[in-house]
Every structure is written in C-alpha cells, then in structure tokens.
Ligand binder design. Sequence first.
Ligand SMILES: Cc1cc2nc3c(=O)[nH]c(=O)nc-3n(C[C@H](O)[C@H](O)[C@H](O)COP(=O)(O)OP(=O)(O)OC[C@H]3O[C@@H](n4cnc5c(N)ncnc54)[C@H](O)[C@@H]3O)c2cc1C
Ligand SMILES: NC(=O)c1ccc[n+]([C@@H]2O[C@H](COP(=O)([O-])OP(=O)(O)OC[C@H]3O[C@@H](n4cnc5c(N)ncnc54)[C@H](O)[C@@H]3O)[C@@H](O)[C@H]2O)c1
Length: 463
Amino acid sequence: MPEIEQFDAIVIGSGQAGNPLAKALAKAGKRTAVIESKHVGGTCVNEGCTPTKTMVASGRVAYLARRGADYGVATGPITINMEKIRERKRAVVKSFREGSERAIKATDCDALIMGEASFAGPKLVRVQAKDGAERLIAAELIFINTGLRSSVPELEGIADVPYLDNASVMELGEVPEHLVVLGGGYIGLEFGQLFRRLGSRVTIVQSGTKLLGREDDDVAEEVRKILVQDGVGVLLNTKAYSVWKDDGGIAVAVSGSEGERTINGSHLLLAVGRVPNTDKLNPAAAGIELDERGYIRVDEFLETNVSGVYALGDVKGGPAFTHISYDDYRVAAANVLEGKRISIAGRMVPSTLFIDPELGRIGLTEAEARSQGLKVRIAKMPASSVARALETDESRGFLKIIVDAETDQILGAAILAVEGGEMASMIQIAMMGKLPFTALRDGIWSHPTWSEALNTVFFNFQH
Ligand SMILES: Cc1cc2nc3c(=O)[nH]c(=O)nc-3n(C[C@H](O)[C@H](O)[C@H](O)COP(=O)(O)OP(=O)(O)OC[C@H]3O[C@@H](n4cnc5c(N)ncnc54)[C@H](O)[C@@H]3O)c2cc1C
Ligand SMILES: NC(=O)c1ccc[n+]([C@@H]2O[C@H](COP(=O)([O-])OP(=O)(O)OC[C@H]3O[C@@H](n4cnc5c(N)ncnc54)[C@H](O)[C@@H]3O)[C@@H](O)[C@H]2O)c1
C-alpha cells in the first residue's frame, strides 16, 4: 500500500470548473492536487466546444463559398481538404489545452497528477497514475468534476461495428461518403450540418417526434426545415434497432413512422446523449450518493451528501454546458473560500446551438411558460423581416420572444438567426436587469444591425 499523501484539496477532473477552481484554491493557499485521466481542459477544450466550433467555421466557409454566385462573386470548384481542416482543429485545441496546462502549472497548485482517480474511502482518493504508479491522496475538501462521455445505445450488433463518437468523428482524415447520425440533439445537429457542408450525404435518425426535444414545436420544426433545405436527411420518430457491417460500410435497420427500412452508410455517428463518468469513480467507498442515472446528487450549494465533498459541471446532472460548469466554479469558490452561501437554484441557463443559422436560447420556452400557468404573449417575426438579414442574404429563421402578459417582463427567447447566440445574450441582459419588453421595443439600435429587430419584433405579438 502506498503511503497516504495529505493535501488540503483535491480536484478530480480538469474540466471547465476544475481548472479555475484549482487555481483559486491554490491562490488561497490550499495545497491542491488536480487529477486528470485524459487531457487537461476536459471535454470542452479537447473534444467538445473548441474543436466543433473550429470545424463548424470550416463548414460555414464552404457554404458561403458555394453561395458566392448569390453575391455576384465567382468562385471556382469547391474542394474540401479534410486533413487541413483536422490540422486546423488540432492546432486550436492544442493551443487552448497548453494554455490551460500552463495556467495550472503557473499557480502554486502542488500537483497535477495525470491518472485515473477513484475513491478508496471517505476523503481518500486512489490514483492510478499514467506511469503505472499508484498513489493514495487524502484531503478534507474534494471537488468532483469528471464530466460525461458519449453513451452507446443498446442496439443489436453495435459491439461488432465501427462507430464514431463526438471525439473520433473529428479525427477523420477524409469526408465520409454517407454519415448516418443516431440522435437529433445538439451533437447530432451540429455534426450533421457540418458534414453535409463538407460534402457528405447525411441522414439523422431521431427517436423523438421532433428534433431538439426540449424546444417548442415551432422552433424544432423550423430547425428541421433548415437542415432539410441544406440537404440533410431527417427521420423523426424513428429508432435504430440493429446494425451490421455491409459492403465496406455499415447498415442500420430502423423502424418508425415510415415503417421499417435499412439505411446503408459509410460511417455511423452516435449522438444519443451522454452518461456521467462515475462508474469508475467508486463514490460508494466515500458514501457519496448518486441518482438513479449515475449523476452525483448535490444540494443547491453544489455539496454532496458528504460534507466537504462537492460536484461541479456536467457530472452533477442538469444543463450540460461549459458556461454552467464555469458558473459552478464561481459558486463553489465563493462558498468554500469566501464563506458565502450562493445557490445555483433558479440561475439563468443560456445556450446556443451552433448550426447555421444559430439557435440562441434563454429562459423559458413557450410550452414551459404555459405549463407554469403563466399568461403569455408571444412576439414572433421571421428573420426575413430584418434589413440586415436581407442585405447579407442570410434570412433563414425567426425570432420568438415570450413575454409575461401581466408584468411585461421577458420570460424567454428563441432566436434562430445567424447571430442568434449574440442576440439571445442581449435579451438575457434585459432579463437580468428586469427590463420590460417595452424598453427594448422603444430602444434606439444602430442601423442596420440584427439588434434593430428588437424594435419590430414586439409589433408582432401573435396572441
Ligand atoms: C461535441 C460537443 C460539443 C459541445 N459544444 C458545446 C458548446 O458549444 N458550448 C457549450 O457550452 N457546451 C458544449 N458542450 C458541452 C461542454 O463540453 C460540457 O458541458 C463541458 O465540457 C462540461 O465540463 P465539465 O466541467 O463538467 O467537465 P469536462 O470538461 O467533461 O471534464 C471532465 C474531465 O474529467 C476527467 N475525468 C473523468 N473521470 C476521471 C477520473 N476518474 N479521474 C480523473 N479524471 C477524470 C475527464 O478526462 C475530463 O477531462 C459540448 C459537448 C460536446 C461533447
Ligand atoms: N452548442 C452546445 O452548447 C452543445 C453542443 C453539443 C453538445 N452539447 C451538450 O452535450 C449534451 C449531449 O448532446 P447529445 O446531442 O448527445 O444529447 P441530447 O440529449 O441533446 O440529444 C440526444 C438525442 O438523441 C435522441 N435519441 C436517444 N436515443 C436514441 C436512439 N436510440 N436512436 C435515435 N435517437 C435517439 C434523443 O431523442 C435526443 O434528441 C447536450 O445536451 C448539450 O448539453 C452542447
């Protein structure tokens, strides 16, 4: 048995909360160990936001290049160099990851240990280090930030076929001829449109009755129309039940509203959701409770049922976004280091789906607002009513804003537009400042920007 090394704090997982938290702990004079099994920076930097958005940028350039003639700009034949796209992606990821590594090492953080952590007892963590050594480390404060990984659906034959996940699909050196995507959520849609733009045939198989299950029906339907317009095949209400190797590619048997059929593709991407990295963590050894799906249970202050042990980011369940994980760091640091009692209950959860046009979201959907019994008014306007959209010939999508009919407060928004993420952020600021919708309607916005739509969208209350 290795000797127990005593620290003040242990951070398990160097994700979007773990990294800044480790720095804050070290700065506060706590001897801190950060344990990371794969790569510093976690999912977002290495296999999530950073590489996807870098590649989505290539897809958009290809899209605009193909549309050159619409703008009176002649272009030659468009060719895609997948190796170059991958190289660009790798370079951006490398620079972000190395930046994170440097930042951790520059602190007084005593130890960055590359290895897999699991609980060996209360406040005691075993690390299987990458160099083969085993270490036992103990601390009174432990922060779990181990994130999620791609889930593999229980499909007949899945163990015998090569399949891609969010990480391996970005390591391809050539454009797939026909990418079959299982799942019509964030990951399925971003990759689906990207690879279509890079030249693949793409079929998205979605088990739900609409894409993006949590969104309002009209929003999900408009997203579907846009993808179909781009040439992406979308099968709704359709479930894959069997897969096998076929003719150098893969065959996927599906059943759904259009009956049973086999889809033959060159590549299969799994995008059916993600599962928490708690299975190898052995939280039971420390008495830490999980929920029925394996997420770590926390209270509104991010503390688990074991005093002094916290969980941050995706692994605690709830909205799985980088900015939420980063906010968890802010909350945990304030509570643990500054003696505050900041709660995560009721905090704002913005998100942006990076298809083109983007879907920027903040606050309640119409369906959520109605199910809460609120009296709502819905302001909705097509993007084609915005001067900027017509001038730039990017007029797909719409703006939808949900307003409380009794207080005039903005309850939520779905902005499906090329700058949808930025516009939703503007609306979020108005919500943070509790501005009534009239303040936006009567505001002066420079012309011709997307922001100007805030003048006119509120002349379009539907009910
Ligand atoms: C393809 C894709 C695209 C995405 N795009 C966006 C986006 O555009 N915007 C957005 O906001 N969010 C996006 N997300 C979600 C975002 O990446 C996550 O919400 C975010 O990374 C959550 O971070 P985290 O702090 O929970 O942990 P993570 O970043 O997941 O980090 C967890 C770390 O813990 C390590 N670890 C796990 N188990 C152990 C163990 N036992 N011992 C030691 N280390 C361990 C892992 O190796 C990993 O490095 C995307 C996700 C994916 C998959
Ligand atoms: N831009 C962003 O912020 C961004 C981008 C990518 C991922 N993410 C985060 O990562 C999370 C995970 O993304 P995801 O797309 O894997 O999950 P998701 O939960 O968003 O979507 C999974 C989809 O797969 C469908 N599905 C489930 N089982 C299926 C099956 N057997 N066959 C066909 N369809 C099936 C579900 O109906 C659902 O629509 C997101 O919820 C989001 O929090 C964020």
